[in-house]
Design a protein around this ligand. Structure first.
Ligand SMILES: [Zn+2]
Length: 489
């Protein structure tokens, strides 16, 4: 103990068997009922780094060994013992862990105390059955209602934290530091350096399954990716999102809510790496002082999509710029795909509190931009709403194959910090309450109600639950206006 405990010893005994060490480390951690994150927190390391150790992919530094031993309440010698944990010991822990799993608990079995007399093969059977139970219970999909509920819950958590997640910012900063990032847009070389820093290799393939953005072979630590962009996601965002799951120590999602949370965190990680807090905050602070804040500058400096720049702005705005704001992504028919606010904006919601899939007010900038003479230029607007006026900037990104409007908005008094505040566009909205635009104007309705059979366009997005109505998903006002326009032709 004293040998390893002394400060000046900085190297490990040469013959440390990394595989055995990893097994022992995992065994000790699990026997103490700790997750990778629990242990990571105690020793001040990312769960992903500990995972590398447990998989025998990385050699531990002495300082880390000391803190691991302390956290696990063993001596360093014991941690470094050449003896792999026995199968019996592994089985006992596996059965204990299984019984703590809610899936196992739904079986309502009395707790099994694994005494010395329970034979190994019985334990093997229990563990084998549990693994299969676990596999069958994994639900990567959810009913639309579960999905909407999970989404609403997640959005509430984001709002409570002003959409700022310090732990993920820290993980992103550590990743940037590890590859020597110096500022500006992130180069491809640095991204590749990050991949190898976490022990992965990258393979570009053409035959990636269509249902995935990327695939990771965790055994061989290989990341498979296609070269082309997939919808909103460029290869480097997909790559960083994928890496994010490992850096943040994500385990296989327990349910849809867990899946969703992980996806949001991985996306956050990718954005925090591409638009680093340490560099972006001074940049935005200067822009605010110059009363020239703009999403497009953030996009240009960090070479990201307009959507990512706008969304990243929401992460940093409240914490660092003292601004509340909102963010919306909607399609041309006004259906909301993604939304966030901590500035009091009232979104349309369904019974479960979900916003995704709802149709937003036709007088909001995210819909008005589609009607502006040049829909691809940056569009500014003031909107008078029941609880106040917002200033918003909306943009339809021309580089995307499908037209989505991205809106970033702030309360009226904060518009003074932004480029585009002198706009003369102004609309009034009563949504989501009152007679604004949810129902068609009564004169139109009285002429056309009952005389039309629209065939709705199918929405494939799982979260785009269709707004209720006689023809779900169909905007009656649009239909009636169309009829009105064409009747006389
Ligand atoms: Zn409206």
């Amino acid at each position: 103990m004293a040998y390893f405990g002394t400060e000046e010893i900085s190297t490990l005994p040469g013959e440390l068997d990394l595989v055995t060490f990893g097994q022992r480390l995992r065994h000790l951690r699990r026997s103490r009922g700790m997750t990778l994150s629990d242990l990571g927190e105690r020793v001040g390391r990312a769960p992903s780094q500990l995972s590398l150790l447990e998989n025998g992919k990385r050699e531990p530094k002495l300082s880390l060994l000391t803190s691991l031993a302390k956290a696990l309440e063993v001596s360093v010698e014991e941690l470094l013992s050449r003896q792999p944990p026995s199968r019996r010991a592994q089985l006992e822990i596996a059965v204990e862990e299984a019984q703590r799993d809610p899936v196992y608990q739904t079986l309502n079995l009395p707790h099994l105390k694994v005494g010395k007399r329970v034979p190994n093969d019985v334990l093997e059977h229990i563990v084998g059955l549990y693994d299969e139970l676990r596999r069958r219970s994994v639900k990567p999909t959810a009913t639309p209602e579960e999905a909407r509920r999970a989404n609403a819950d997640l959005r509430r958590q984001m709002r409570e934290r002003d959409n700022y997640f310090p732990a993920i910012e820290k993980a992103a900063q550590e990743t940037l530091d590890a590859v020597g990032y110096r500022g500006g847009a992130l180069s491809q070389g640095l991204i590749l350096a990050m991949v190898s820093h976490y022990g992965f290799t990258l393979r570009y393939v053409q035959d990636l399954p269509r249902s995935v953005r990327s695939l990771t072979d965790t055994r061989n630590r290989r990341l498979y990716l296609k070269r082309e962009s997939l919808g909103m996601h460029t290869p480097r965002t997909i790559l960083l999102q994928t890496l994010g799951h490992f850096v943040l120590g994500h385990a296989q999602p327990r349910d849809f809510a867990d899946f969703l949370r992980q996806r949001v965190e991985a996306n956050y990680f990718a954005a925090a790496v591409l638009i680093p807090e340490a560099a972006a905050v001074p940049f935005l602070t200067d822009a605010k002082q110059a009363r020239d804040l703009s999403v497009e500058d953030l996009r240009d400096v960090y070479a990201v999509s307009y959507e990512m720049a706008a969304h990243r702005f929401t992460n940093l705005a409240t914490r660092h710029l003292d601004l509340v704001c909102h963010f919306i992504r909607n399609d041309e028919t006004g259906i909301i795909y993604k939304a966030y606010q901590n500035d009091g904006l009232v979104f349309p919601t369904d019974d479960t509190g979900a916003i995704e899939g709802q149709r937003m007010c036709r007088y909001w900038s995210g819909r008005q931009v589609f009607a502006s003479p040049d829909r691809y230029s940056i569009y500014y607007q003031y909107t008078d709403k029941p609880n106040g006026t917002h200033w918003c900037v909306a943009h339809v990104d021309p580089s995307r194959e499908r037209n989505f409007a991205i809106t970033l908005g702030v309360p009226y008094k904060e518009s003074r910090w932004f480029r585009g505040r002198e706009t003369t566009h102004r609309t009034k909205s009563q949504c989501p309450g009152g007679e604004c635009c949810v129902r068609p104007p009564s004169d139109l309705a009285s002429r056309w109600e009952g005389n039309v059979w629209p065939s709705a366009r199918a929405h494939s997005h799982v979260l785009a639950a269709l707004p209720a109505g006689p023809f779900p998903g169909v905007d009656e006002t649009d239909v009636y206006t169309f009829l009105e326009r064409h009747e006389m032709r």
